[in-house]
Design a protein around this ligand. Sequence first.
Ligand code: FE
Ligand code: CA
Length: 473
Amino acid sequence: MTALPRRSVLLGTLGAAVAGLVPATADPVRWFPGALRQATTPDPFTLGVASGDPTPDGMVLWTRLAPEPDAEDGLAGMPDRAVEVEWEVAEDEGFTRVVRRGTETATRELAHSVHAEPVGLAPGREYFYRFRADGHLSPAARTRTAPAAGAAAASLTVATASCARFGAGHFTAYRAMAADAPDLVVFLGDYFYESDSRRVRDPGPGEPTDLTGYRRTHAHQRSDADLRAAHAAAPWVVVWDDHEVVNDWKGAGPDRRRAAARAYYEHMPLRAASVPRGPQMQLFRRVRWGSLATLHVLDTRQYRMRGSMLGAEQERWLLGGLKDSQAGWDVLAQQVYFAPRRGGKSGTWGEFTGSRERVVRGWTEAGVRNAVVLTGDEHVHHANEIPGADDRIAGTELVTTSVTSGGDGDGGSPGGGSSVWSMDRRGYVLATFTPAQLRADFRTVAKVSEPDAAVRTAASFVVPDREPGLNKV
Ligand code: FE
Ligand code: CA
């Protein structure tokens, strides 16, 4: 096949409407797989679909055309031509009530990735979406909009995850997360490891150093069905840490950072605001959940310098947002261990005590109702109470363990400093915010060295509204 069918052929009378958006009731034409023109090309939707960064009236919808995902040139078997990719958003899983449709042009420039940003959806509800291109229909997936600005929302369930080293084990945590169907997945960094080894399974194409290599590594990561299922279960809010570029960003020159940033954008459900500019990528941003919660998504990697974890501009942005906040829960979604402790991993907030003091003082002086820090990177679960200047508890930190990094784990408790509870197992955290409390469920996988291992809740804690401090359930 050399060219797309003309839109009018593909969609009949819908042709005129599809270029823009269609209202809920206008379009009876449905995308039955059987009604598609016979596809003569292989399925381009091998990497699955994803959504992210919900607002009250939309989100970003992602896919990438990749009929040969492991092609050595990193271009996934796509010819050098632009391809029109249609998307649709429906109120129901059967796509009988389609409320929006549109078309995006996928080009080789961005590895035939698609980032559609539908608008005009209803606040605070679930939607389903899928794509169509070259005679193929993508898998369908679930997403949702955020509640209306300032609206009282009954609850927000967030799954947090980090550190998914492909070669280290099976992504059972992702599968369980998909089954939990949270409102949001917040991914806190180390989406893959640029340097990996075959502990349990094939880590993929070897260490990437250029755009081709990073594209291939991302594509290999998405060969995992459990990861694709987690993306299809809920919108994700993503930030990177070090391994999306190179361990600790050591020796990461501008060329390598440019390649890593570009490939990251191409493979993540990020809005146009995050299109990289050279080696720079805008990832600090806010996601608001009505009046219930505000997520302040931080990038602790890109701007860090001597004496500052966040860099001056991001710190100002964070402190200003805390000052203006009216949210029930102010949630810092960020990468590295925050609470004070003795020793611990290098490159965490313990090496930036001035930054940490300014942030804690910032939320304390702002009088935020509840402050919570969501953290990754550590490869161990921790439930931490963050002390304030007066030694009273100023906030709560939920550190999620890794998806696989470090292997099965010994189930031990490394503890330390402000840690109330900790556990060396793989898994994720499920955090449920309501006006009355935060509930944190620390989910663990019995082992990642074998597929299909049991997943359980190893510990649960409740933080009541305006009473920072962890109460074991
Ligand atoms: Fe990690
Ligand atoms: Ca890391």
